[in-house]
Design a protein around this ligand. Structure first.
Ligand SMILES: Cc1ncc(COP(=O)(O)O)c(C=O)c1O
Length: 392
C-alpha cells in the first residue's frame, strides 16, 4: 500500500531495517525479528523528514530556544484543540526530554515521599520504576479481563485510592491496547474526586486510536477534573521519533502549570532542538501520515487476529482499540521456560516479555505489529512452526 506522501508501508525490507541503529534493530542478532520496543518500522512522515533535514542542512543543531521564544506552546495548543477539543494555554506547556521524565516530575509536583501512587498493571514497565525511584509507595490496582477485554477494577480503584495520593492513568493503555471510554474515565474521575487524589494522565498513544475509536483527553472532563490532572504526552510515539527526545506536560490548572514550571531546568531537562522541530512538523503537517498509518495498523491488528486464529488458536488475543501492540496470552500453550524465551530461542522472534509489565504478565508476550503485513505474517509463521516443533 502506498499513499500520496509516497509511503510504502508494505515494502519494508528486513535487510534495510537491520541497517537502522535504534535499539530495536541492534539489540538482537540479525536472524531474530525484533517485535519488542515500541517503535514502528515505517518510513517517517515526509514533513518531519523535511523539517529535520532542513535543520541539519543549516547546521541548526544548537541548544533549543526558550519555550517562550518558540512557537511550541502555540503549536501544541492548536493541535490539542483541533484534535480533541482540548483547550491548552500555550504557557501551561512544560517541555521535557520525554514522557517518562514527565511522569517523574508530575509525581514530584503532586505527591510527597512515601505517598501512595496507584498504577494499573499490566502496564508500561517504567511506571513501576518511576514510583519507586521517586521514593513513593507503589500501589497496584490490576486491570481485570472481563468479557474479552481489559477493564478497570473500580472497586479496587476505590480501595487503593483511599491509601494513595495519585493515580498514573495510562490511556490508551500499553500493553492491553484499551482506549478507555468517556464513561470509564468519568468513573475514574469520580473516584479521584472522592479521595481527593491527583491524576497523572499518560496519553502518549492518543493519536494511535483505531478508526472510529475516540480518544478522550482526561483533562477535558471538566474544570474540576483538570485541576487535579497533569497530562504527560508527546508527538514522538505516534509519529515515531522517540530518539529525538521531546515530550511535554500540561498542568490542568494555572496552579499545577506554575508548579511544573517552578521545577527548573535541572529537573525538567528540556527537549532537543530536533525533537521540537519534529513535534511541530507532526502537529501541523503530520495529519495525512498518521491517518494512513492508523488505517494500516487497523489492518494489521485484524491480520494478527486472523493469523493467530488460524495457526495458534490457543493464544488469547483481545484486539487492541489503540496502539500497535498486541498483548498475547500464551498460557494455554504452556511454553517452557516462558513464552518470551521460547519464542526468542525457538522462533527467533524477540517480543517484550510479559512479566516486565507486572506479575499479571506471566505467560504473556507483547507483540509490536507496527511493521509490514509481510513481517507480521512471517513472525506468526515462525511462532507456529516453533510451537509445532516443540509438540512433536
Ligand atoms: C505509556 C507510555 N508512556 C511513555 C512511553 C515512553 O515515552 P518516552 O520515550 O517519551 O519516555 C511509552 C513508550 O512506549 C509508553 O508506552
Amino acid at each position: 500500500m502506498s499513499d500520496p506522501n509516497g509511503l510504502h508501508l508494505d515494502d519494508l525490507s528486513l535487510d534495510e531495517l537491520l541497517r537502522r541503529r535504534s535499539v530495536k534493530w541492534t539489540h538482537y542478532p540479525p536472524d531474530v525479528i525484533p517485535a519488542w520496543v515500541a517503535e514502528m518500522d515505517f518510513p517517517s512522515a515526509e514533513p518531519i523528514r523535511r523539517a529535520v533535514s532542513a535543520a541539519v542542512e543549516r547546521s541548526d543543531l544548537g541548544y533549543p530556544p526558550f519555550i517562550e521564544d518558540s512557537a511550541f506552546g502555540e503549536v501544541v495548543s492548536g493541535w490539542a484543540d483541533r484534535t480533541y477539543g482540548w483547550q491548552v494555554d500555550p504557557e501551561s506547556v512544560t517541555v521535557l526530554p520525554d514522557v517518562v521524565r514527565g511522569l517523574q516530575v508530575a509525581i514530584q509536583v503532586l505527591t510527597e515521599p512515601g505517598d501512595g501512587v496507584v498504577i494499573q498493571p499490566p502496564v508500561y514497565p517504567p511506571f513501576f520504576g518511576v514510583v519507586k525511584e521517586t521514593g513513593r509507595t507503589l500501589v497496584e490496582n490490576p486491570l481485570v479481563f472481563r468479557d474479552g477485554r481489559f477493564e478497570v477494577d473500580f472497586a479496587g480503584l476505590d480501595a487503593t485510592l483511599s491509601r494513595a495520593k495519585a493515580l498514573i492513568l495510562c490511556n490508551p493503555h500499553n500493553p492491553t491496547g484499551r482506549a478507555f471510554s468517556r464513561e470509564e474515565l468519568q468513573a475514574i474521575a469520580g473516584l479521584a474526586a472522592r479521595h481527593d487524589a491527583f491524576i497523572i494522565a499518560d496519553e502518549v498513544h492518543s493519536a494511535l486510536t483505531m478508526p472510529g475509536v475516540p480518544h478522550t483527553v482526561f483533562s477535558t472532563l471538566g474544570d474540576e477534573v483538570a485541576a487535579r490532572t497533569i497530562t504527560v504526552t508527546a508527538g514522538s510515539k505516534a509519529w515515531n521519533f522517540g530518539g529525538l527526545k521531546c515530550g511535554y506536560a500540561v498542568g490542568g490548572s494555572q496552579e499545577l502549570a506554575a508548579k511544573l514550571r517552578s521545577l527548573g531546568h535541572l529537573m525538567l531537562g528540556g527537549a532537543s532542538i530536533l525533537g521540537l522541530t519534529a513535534t511541530e512538523a507532526a502537529y501541523t503537517e503530520g495529519g495525512p501520515w498518521i491517518d494512513e498509518v492508523v488505517a494500516y495498523l487497523d489492518g494489521n491488528r485484524r491480520l494478527l487476529g486472523n493469523l493467530l486464529g488460524k495457526h495458534l488458536p490457543e493464544i488469547v488475543y483481545a484486539m487492541p482499540e489503540a496502539t500497535y501492540l498486541g498483548w498475547l496470552d500464551c498460557r494455554l500453550l504452556n511454553l517452557q521456560p516462558d513464552p518470551f524465551t521460547f519464542f526468542l530461542d525457538k522462533a527467533k522472534v524477540a517480543f517484550s516479555a510479559g512479566p516486565n509489565f507486572g506479575s499479571q504478565g506471566e505467560g504473556f508476550v507483547r507483540f509490536n505489529f507496527g511493521t509490514s503485513r509481510a513481517i507480521v505474517t512471517q513472525i506468526v509463521e515462525r511462532m507456529a512452526a516453533a510451537v509445532d516443533r516443540a509438540r512433536t
